[in-house]
Write a protein that binds this ligand. Structure first.
Ligand SMILES: Nc1ncnc2c1ncn2[C@@H]1O[C@H](COP(=O)(O)OP(=O)(O)O)[C@@H](O)[C@H]1O
Ligand SMILES: [Mg+2]
Length: 271
């Protein structure tokens, strides 16, 4: 398909780019540094960003960066998690069958984490993705998980990852004060700016083995304008533009082509 026309070795705008080829914006580098600190000090962090801005990608890179001999990462992204399912999900990942009642499951998990810390000498990092969908009861439950040995220590690092409304419609509000007050670190991934968007596009093309410019400067302006700097939308627009460009046998994609693609091919639904 278009890969052959543009002499690309891989599909450039795909979601399974190996962690080392991901584009590292300033905000991403900053967040990775903070998360490493959160893991080491066993803190409570909240990561928010608009949909498609790279939250799950950040976590993928963070997970790849954690040394396996000193950390165990538990990752859950089941949006309908009740407290009981949260404990079950964590215990499942540790290869254990959860006890039925919430209180029992909680104690089981706490005990297991103590063993991991004490016997294996590893630190536990728990990441909950899509946390904007969690119910208040589940968010509140984390207080009890973090509240340990009369608050003298935290048994694990906990990272809540969610869309912007996790902060604006939930944690920021007074009725979540008890959870919010425990947050040690907040990370926000903003939309990319114009120059980051260009670097982002270029880094995907480089990953695909392309050594020349395919998108003109004005095409990049157009991609940036339509996507508002959201990586997921940049991917879609660029992918469709490459398909269209190869059909038209155009080696350079200009702004007219991007406009055409956006107007004609991107009407129905999102990813
Ligand atoms: N830093 C990045 N480098 C490469 N691709 C990225 C990056 N950030 C986001 N993407 C791509 O953008 C898309 C959306 O990212 P994702 O992490 O799923 O967003 P979110 O979890 O915030 O909704 C994915 O296909 C992902 O591959
Ligand atoms: Mg995500």
């Amino acid at each position: 398909m278009y890969e052959a026309f543009y002499q690309l070795e891989h599909t450039p705008f795909t979601r399974d780019i190996p962690p080392e080829y991901l584009y590292e914006s300033h905000a991403m580098a900053d967040s990775l540094g903070r998360l490493a600190y959160v893991a080491d000090r066993q803190l409570f962090a909240v990561v928010t960003a608009d949909a498609g801005c790279g939250k799950s990608t950040l976590i993928r890179k963070f997970a790849a960066s954690l040394p396996r001999d000193s950390y165990i990462l538990l990752y859950l992204s089941d949006s309908k998690l009740t407290p009981r399912w949260f404990y079950k999900g964590m215990l499942d990942q540790l290869g254990l069958e959860s006890r039925f009642y919430r209180g029992d499951a909680k104690r089981q998990l706490q005990k297991e984490i103590e063993i991991i810390r004490g016997v294996q000498g590893k630190k536990v990092v728990c990441v909950l993705d899509e946390a904007h969908l969690l119910e208040k009861e589940t968010l509140e439950e984390f207080r009890f998980l973090l509240n340990y040995k009369y608050d003298s220590m935290s048994p694990l690092a906990l990272v809540l990852v969610g869309q912007t409304e996790l902060w604006t419609d939930k944690l920021r509000l007074q009725r979540y004060a008890a959870v919010r007050q425990r947050i040690d670190i907040r990370c926000v991934l903003p939309h990319l700016d114009r120059s980051e968007a260009a670097q982002y596009i270029q880094s995907h093309l480089e990953y695909a083995g392309c050594s020349r410019d395919i998108f003109s400067d004005k095409a990049m302006d157009e991609v940036f304008k339509v996507s508002t700097g959201i990586p997921r939308l940049i991917n879609r627009i660029c992918e469709k533009s490459l398909m269209y460009g190869s059909q038209q046998q155009k080696r350079i994609i200009d702004d007219h082509m991007v406009r055409f693609v956006v107007g004609h091919e991107m009407q129905e639904g999102g990813e």
